[in-house]
Ligand binder design. Sequence first.
Ligand SMILES: Nc1ncnc2c1ncn2[C@@H]1O[C@H](COP(=O)(O)OP(=O)(O)OP(=O)(O)O)[C@@H](O)[C@H]1O
Ligand SMILES: [Mg+2]
Length: 414
Amino acid sequence: MVKILTGSTKVLILNNGLVCPECQNELSSYFINAIINVADILTMDDSYDYYNDYDKELANGFNTTKMDNPKIINKEKNEVKSKINPYQVYKKISSKVIGQDDQIKNIISIIIRNNMTNNAYVKSNIFLIGGTGNGKSETIKQIAKELDIPYVIEDSSKYTQEGYVGDSVQDAVIKLINEAKDLKKAEHGIIVFDEIDKKTDNGDRSNVATTSVQDSLLKMLEGTNIHTNIGTISTEHITFILIGACEAAFEARRKRLTGKGKIGFTNTDKSKTNELSNPNFIPQDLVEAGFKSEFVGRIDYIQEFNPMDKDMAIRIINESKISIFNFYINELKRYKVDVVMNREEVIECIANRAVQLGTGVRGIRQIVVEMFKNIFSQVIISNATSKQEYECIIDKNIVYDNTKFKLCKKKRQN
Ligand SMILES: Nc1ncnc2c1ncn2[C@@H]1O[C@H](COP(=O)(O)OP(=O)(O)OP(=O)(O)O)[C@@H](O)[C@H]1O
Ligand SMILES: [Mg+2]
């Protein structure tokens, strides 16, 4: 039996999955989220091994106190590699991508699980669904970077069925190998097919060249060997992430929840009641949106990204480690310019406008770039070599008119 993990429990990630030190059982993926939430984690990449005495510890049972600082050695290259702590990875990314905490946790968990397991059946593929500019691509990029995993993000629209003009889906694997510069590393990489909803039939069942891209992906998602001129690569551990705005799936879910949908079973079927009222996306929503059921059947996780509302926008501007607003204020400091403002009021105004734009977090960027444009040009042109310190006084009006600022010399304080 697997013991429920508590905040102080340590778990060990071995090449065959996650192991509970108390009972030495492999943990099911069900527990991975709990682990990310609560546990200290000792990790070990499958090509790395504990060095010296830890091997004996493993053979004799786990003693967590002695394993607090495991040294992880790459046997082949004989170099120490720093351990990856999934909890730290999660904390770091969620300080940049705001308001998508569960999404980040889930994706990290699945990717780690895919990479650690020896069992191809455990491998999961992910479908990310949500409107534009909410952090889908950014999350994947950050996770890949932090976990040191090669990845490629491909626009699905350029792919066609083999034999048609256009790229074949296998080309994405070759790109991943080029990115990884190593076949084995590529076998544990991430391939993203963005805008996959462009490969649905949209009601046009005769649109074979479009929908057959889904067919071409079936084997890859499941795990197959692909022969390239560099060597044969298995896709058994590659995490495939499919991304789509999928408005049709939102519509299908809305109909399902309001009882207006035809979704393969009747609303009176009691055993399906839970599914019908599930507020999350269910596979059937994707089928309704034009994906083939055999394609949807190869996706284990459908993860919705939260749309940006005003509160989320305020947090992104204020807190995100990649907030362009904070970045610009700091940039101005480098030019000896202090921005004087009612910060709360200005940020609220940016947030309101960004939500109206409807382009997600990209809207924040557009607004902030525009509102600081004149300030920067005036500061840089007039001030580059000056030792003089300045104050730039702004209020919420600058959000709509970028000439509304006052740049004045700071009075010397004696
Ligand atoms: N939740 C967030 N917190 C902080 N920054 C974010 C967030 N979401 C997006 N961004 C920033 O907004 C920009 C666009 O994000 P991203 O490329 O991840 O959008 P997307 O969801 O992939 O959109 P699309 O569907 O249009 O491809 C990036 O610069 C990213 O850093
Ligand atoms: Mg994107």
